[in-house]
Design a protein around this ligand. Structure first.
Ligand code: AMP
Length: 119
């Protein structure tokens, strides 16, 4: 599997400061911001600052420091407002209906969610 990164995707533009975002947390390796079209009371996206297309690209190719920084950001986001539970989602490529080709983890919660997939 090869991963071709398109640096014109919208999250790359957010990371370059070309378009605004509603940041909730940032560290050296990751940025967390509110989804522009929230699907629940809490809907935050956590993205690595590095150029990774998808979760499998990130898992295979990101450094240990990048992975630690990313999951530190996930931990911080999840420590605020989703104590009753949440869903972490990484939509991936065509079958996963990924719209933005920069790895992002959705943290969705703050209310009772429906089933993960239709029964
Ligand atoms: P996905 O289908 O997993 O690629 O989800 C992409 C997500 O990015 C969607 O939930 C969009 O609402 C969200 N999104 C797209 N553009 C922006 C933006 N400029 N700021 C925040 N969230 C965005």
């Amino acid at each position: 599997m090869t991963f071709d990164y398109d640096d014109q995707n919208i999250f790359a533009k957010i990371l370059r400061g070309e378009i605004p975002n509603n940041t909730v947390f940032e560290n050296d390796h990751a940025l967390a911001f509110r989804d522009i079209n929230p699907q629940a009371a809490v809907h935050i996206l956590v993205i690595p600052k590095g150029a990774y297309v998808s979760i499998d690209d990130f898992a295979a190719n990101a450094s240990a420091a990048e992975q630690a920084g990313f999951f530190a950001a996930v931990a911080t986001v999840c420590a605020s407002g989703v104590d009753e539970g949440f869903r972490a989602i990484a939509n991936t490529r065509t079958h996963g209906v990924q719209e933005v080709p920069h790895f992002h983890m959705h943290i969705v919660g703050g209310e009772q969610l429906g089933r993960m997939l239709p029964a």
